[in-house]
Design a protein around this ligand. Structure first.
Ligand SMILES: [Zn+2]
Ligand SMILES: [Zn+2]
Length: 225
């Protein structure tokens, strides 16, 4: 999978996908991390202007923190789901609900006290999607699909029918499960997990933590259904 590059961006991951027409960037990390993307591209003798599309899996401060800078320097269009475009344009999103005792506490504290966990530089999206979006025109065999739950407009990317970029629809930080510690609607989240399962991907690339394989996802799904 030489064409998939994970770029640590503070608290979260970004991913670069190398296609026939340049790169697709998935997510934009926390604030002031745009140099990380530049460094990753440099290793492949590329620069920010080689990014042809920026996909935002969902609008949380840890996924759009460096978006303003990256968009400005790359001039690439930004794609988001229609349910997230207003948050992106406003530069503000509430911290999501916790799904476990520890994360419920973090969510409450963050919403009450930490403005930095809700605010970011506002950006106007260029491509607004609904149910799905085909990536062929960007030189990549892939599809963006709507997977609500973590947020209303969360999306995943299915690449070549084998690799799934999950955003925060899955977290790989705990052993034994990739269930996210934060989700605004857990019922919708499970429906989205079933939808993702129907693609039967081999590898999963989460917004937090390292890549994991099909077995870990299947075990996590079985525990919740
Ligand atoms: Zn999130
Ligand atoms: Zn996140």
């Amino acid at each position: 999978m030489d064409h998939i590059i994970r770029v640590p961006m503070g608290k979260s991951n970004s991913y670069l996908i190398k296609g026939n027409k340049g790169y697709i960037l998935i997510d934009a990390g926390t604030q002031n991390k745009h140099e990380n993307i530049k460094c990753a591209l440099k290793r492949f003798k590329a620069n920010l202007s080689d990014i042809k599309l920026i996909i935002i899996t969902h609008v949380h401060y840890d996924h759009v923190g460096s978006l303003y800078q990256i968009k400005k320097e790359s001039t690439a269009p930004v794609l988001v789901h229609t349910s997230e475009q207003a948050d992106l344009a406003n530069g503000f999103t509430y911290f999501p609900k916790g799904t476990m005792a520890f994360s419920k506490a973090i969510s409450n504290i963050s919403n009450k006290f930490f403005l930095s966990k809700k605010q970011f530089q506002p950006i106007k999206a260029d491509i607004i999607i609904d149910d799905s979006f085909n990536l062929n025109t960007y030189g990549v065999e892939g599809e963006v699909i709507h997977t609500p739950g973590h947020t209303r407009g969360s999306i995943c990317i299915i690449l070549e029918g084998k690799y799934c970029f999950t955003g925060d629809t899955m977290f790989n930080l705990l052993p034994g499960s990739v269930y996210p510690p934060f989700a605004n609607d857990e019922e919708l989240l499970i429906e989205s997990w079933k939808k993702i399962n129907s693609y039967n991907c081999l590898k999963y690339y989460p917004g937090h933590g390292k890549e994991f394989d099909k077995e870990k996802f299947k075990i996590s799904l079985a525990k919740r259904t």
